[in-house]
Design a protein. Sequence first.
Length: 134
Amino acid sequence: MNDFEPKIVGFLCNWCSYEGADAAGRARKVYPANFRAVKVMCTGRVDPQFVIKAFREGADGVMILGCHPGDCHYKEGNFQALKRYAVLRKVLVQFGIDEERFRLDWISAGDKEKFVDVVTKMTDSVRQLGPLRG
């Protein structure tokens, strides 16, 4: 189990968190290579089925990273994401998926350090849990 590297899928909003990830890359910040970003226009557009499909297709952890509340380019998209996250988290637990495997966080375009920190902590947390299927 020591060599287990979790597969983490992140749904990142185009305007803030994806830009934060891009800023981290431009600054040559190091974060886990097993993180896969999926760019979405807004976290409010992340359908719960996307998250379930990511887990079904082998993700050990899933993240939704978006604009800070009040900063959404679509006004209330991140509030919609927060509502869905709360419900989906409960549903995933019923499917036997530990709630630590699913995370929502707010990252602005300039938050390159926070992006690296959040992704690294998520990866470390899921690594401790072990593979989702094993």
